[in-house]
Design a protein. Structure first.
Ligand code: ADP
Length: 472
């Protein structure tokens, strides 16, 4: 186990917390118990010594002294009586004093000075601890002696030690329990983390098919899901990347083959008429254009992705631009037998955009609609939609399968690869469209049904209402 592992960190935190709670708690409990026991003894000795001292009026009667000695014998407390000179005249059996000998001068002094004394006293031989309370005996306000009541407090110390031992045992027990608990919990926590570490290392090495099992619904479960999603996404990116290069080479190879072939035919003069020659030259021109478009799109995309595309944002008259676009694509649409309709609301709006980029976006959408529609109509609409203006391009074409819609705006993503052979296209258009729309603070949405048609909608914040004379 590493010193900086979660088990150690969690374990030491819990133990420190426990100690922070247990140590003061143990101290307080110990203080409460010792205070309680000592107070009991003090109160009892004080009460008894006062009672006894008050009931003595003379030390002359031997009978009375013997009675106190007997009383001491019968109870748990020892009783010692001294005369006014500090000489022990009665002792029920306390080993601290000797009958016939004098008590310490300091004791007698404090009796005379304070009329009482109390404290701990240790017996020399057995080291037994006694609590002793002394009271001065007065007769008609004249000191005639002193009375001491004492009791061994070894029992109290034993009880306290027992309590301390119990507190210690409970503390050690709870620390051990906490350690066991920490170990189990952190094991359960770190095992999946170690699995995650292994998996992410594999993913980092490029093994994107690595997946982790989601075994809980907590934060770790969410992390596992996020890592699985990341691996999936990387896998898809990897596939898209390989497809990206395959696509580029394929897209370049086709026109190059045409260019080579037709150039050779022309060089070897393998044509019969001037018309045939022009036909071949047209193919060369078209393929060169196609190559140019591919290179242009790639360049454009890389510029956008690197954030190097500079936009000329200005106020744009939407009606004007839409009319221009529709008239531009009318001929290609008619050539395919398609009708193209432009419907604009009575209220018309201006937006802030880059005119030529907006045109590029709209042309792309309309051209796609023409490309992927074999019959029917293409409708270009411009409507108010809350704070935005919504431009929609709707067709009655082949549509897009629902599960492919989320990937539509990715580079080189082409719906059903077989389509592209029939309809052409390299899958860069929509990716460029989306990024251009977003760069102009807009958003794009698509709705589609296979066999029924597709509608692309772009939204831009309305800048202001269009003036009538701005229309044309
Ligand atoms: P492409 O150059 O291949 O058209 P795009 O990025 O413009 O690339 O479009 C991506 C894919 O989306 C296309 O392969 C096509 O299948 C699909 N698509 C785009 N517009 C339409 C549409 N109006 N109707 C049907 N499918 C469309």
């Amino acid at each position: 186990m590493k010193w900086n592992s979660i088990v150690v960190k969690m374990g030491s935190t819990i133990i420190i917390l426990l100690l922070l709670v247990l140590l003061p708690l143990g101290y307080i409990v110990n203080q409460i118990f010792s205070g309680f026991y000592f107070k009991e003894v003090q109160d009892q000795l004080n009460r008894l010594s006062s009672q006894y001292a008050e009931s003595i009026h003379s030390l002359e009667e031997q009978k009375m002294l013997t009675m106190y000695e007997l009383l001491g014998d019968m109870t748990e407390q020892e009783i010692v009586i001294v005369n006014e000179n500090g000489l022990v005249v009665a002792n029920s059996g306390s080993p601290l004093f000797q009958k016939g000998s004098s008590i310490e001068i300091e004791m007698m002094d404090s009796l005379i000075r304070d009329h009482e004394l109390q404290g701990l006293k240790i017996e020399g031989n057995s080291k037994t601890r006694y609590y002793i309370v002394g009271k001065a005996i007065y007769e008609r306000e004249e000191l005639i002696g002193g009375l001491f009541v004492m009791t061994s407090i070894e029992g109290i110390y034993e009880s306290l030690e027992k309590i301390q031992r119990l507190i210690l045992l409970a503390s050690v027990g709870s620390i051990l329990l906490a350690m066991g608990f920490t170990f189990i919990v952190s094991r359960r926590l770190t095992n999946p983390l170690l699995e995650i570490e292994k998996a992410t290392r594999k993913i980092a090495k490029g093994n994107f098919s690595t997946r982790l099992e989601v075994s809980s619904q907590d934060e770790i479960g969410h992390l596992v899901k996020a890592i699985n999603d990341m691996a999936k996404e990387l896998h898809r990116n990897q596939t898209t990347r390989s497809e990206f290069f395959a696509n580029i080479s394929h897209e370049l190879r086709t026109p190059i083959t045409y260019l080579e072939g037709y150039a050779r035919v022309l060089r070897e003069k393998r044509y019969h008429t001037e018309e045939e020659k022009n036909e071949y030259l047209k193919v060369i021109e078209q393929e060169a254009k196609r190559m140019g478009k591919l290179v242009e799109d790639l360049f454009e995309l890389s510029k956008i992705e690197e954030g190097k595309l500079e936009l000329q944002l200005e106020e744009v008259h939407l009606t004007k631009i839409l009319k221009q676009i529709v008239s531009k694509v009318k001929i290609p649409a008619q050539n395919k037998g398609l009708e193209i309709i432009l419907s604009i609301e009575e209220k018309r709006f201006n937006i802030i955009a880059d005119k030529s980029r907006l045109e590029q976006v709209l042309i792309n959408l309309v051209e796609n609609s023409i490309r992927y529609t074999d019959r029917g109509i293409i409708e270009v609409k411009c409507l108010e939609s809350g704070p935005d203006v919504r431009i929609s391009v709707k067709d009655t074409g082949i549509g897009i399968p629902e599960d492919e819609i989320p990937y539509l705006f990715e580079r080189f993503y082409r719906v059903e690869k077989s389509r592209s052979r029939k309809y052409g296209g390299i899958g860069l258009g929509l990716s460029i469209v989306k990024q251009l729309v977003e760069l102009q603070h807009g958003s794009i949405k698509v709705e589609s049904k296979v066999g029924q048609g597709t509608e692309f909608q772009i939204f831009f914040p309305i800048y202001k209402e269009e003036q009538q004379d701005e229309e044309n």
